[in-house]
Design a protein around this ligand. Structure first.
Ligand SMILES: [Zn+2]
Length: 226
């Protein structure tokens, strides 16, 4: 379990890098990890997930500016996701791919309120092909979701982003109608709760809500009950 957490936190750090760079067309290879404030390139011992940032007390060793907490949180959450996957499913690579890409798209949505279309279509192709080959593809769910999404985009285009709609159509291929309904209910409930919490806390209305993180939470809860 600890090993899976460590492995997950390494992936979490990498996913955070991808989510921050790909949407703004930056390479994920170059430049190497550096302090965003003083641009100093980080040494290998400053890149150890979780430990490095804790050891540096969330500050750059060179210019002492505050380091963003996003990497640390992504490492903790992704570590927990990998541990969750191992606890419920042992090693199911397709499911691990599903939740990893869901987590990655959630990070992009949080950072930029958008998702990378190439990554989405790549994930879509791999998931659908695998479900077809496993004979576990849910046609009814796909048709229903595609129909509802068309209605939403036509009658209330501002209520849901096109990325959220496409992602839901993609995921519906792997979910029964009951699981799909549960996922949407949980995601909506969590989204509305956050919306209200934000209003109470900051006394102003949230203009745009990144919805993919809530869909991902819904997906994980639904998959935990399977
Ligand atoms: Zn610095």
């Amino acid at each position: 379990m600890i090993l899976h957490f460590i492995l997950g936190s390494c992936f979490g750090s990498f996913f955070c890098l991808i989510a921050q760079r790909i949407p703004i067309n930056e390479s994920i290879l170059s430049p190497g990890s550096h302090c965003n404030h003083c641009q100093t390139r980080l040494a290998w011992y400053e890149l150890i997930p979780l430990f490095s940032i804790l050891w540096q007390n969330f500050h750059c060793r060179y210019c002492h500016s505050k380091l963003p907490i996003s990497y640390f949180l992504a490492e903790v959450v992704c570590g927990a996701l990998f541990s969750w996957h191992f606890y419920f499913y042992s090693w199911n690579l397709l499911l691990l791919f599903w939740i990893s890409t869901a987590f990655l798209l959630s990070l992009m949505d949080i950072f930029y309120l958008l998702i990378d279309s190439l990554l989405l279509y790549l994930m879509w192709g791999i998931l659908w092909l695998s479900w077809f080959l496993n004979a576990s593809f849910h046609w009814k769910s796909v048709i229903l979701v595609a129909f509802v999404m068309c209605l939403i985009l036509f009658f209330a285009p501002r209520s849901l982003g096109i990325g959220d709609c496409l992602l839901l159509i993609c995921w519906s291929g792997g979910l029964s109608l009951v699981s799909l309904a549960q996922l949407l209910f949980i995601a909506s409930l969590l989204g509305v709760t956050y919306f209200v919490f934000y209003y109470v806390r900051y006394r102003k209305q949230l203009v745009q809500l990144p919805f993919i993180p809530f869909l991902t939470m819904g997906l994980i809860i639904v998959l935990s009950n399977k």
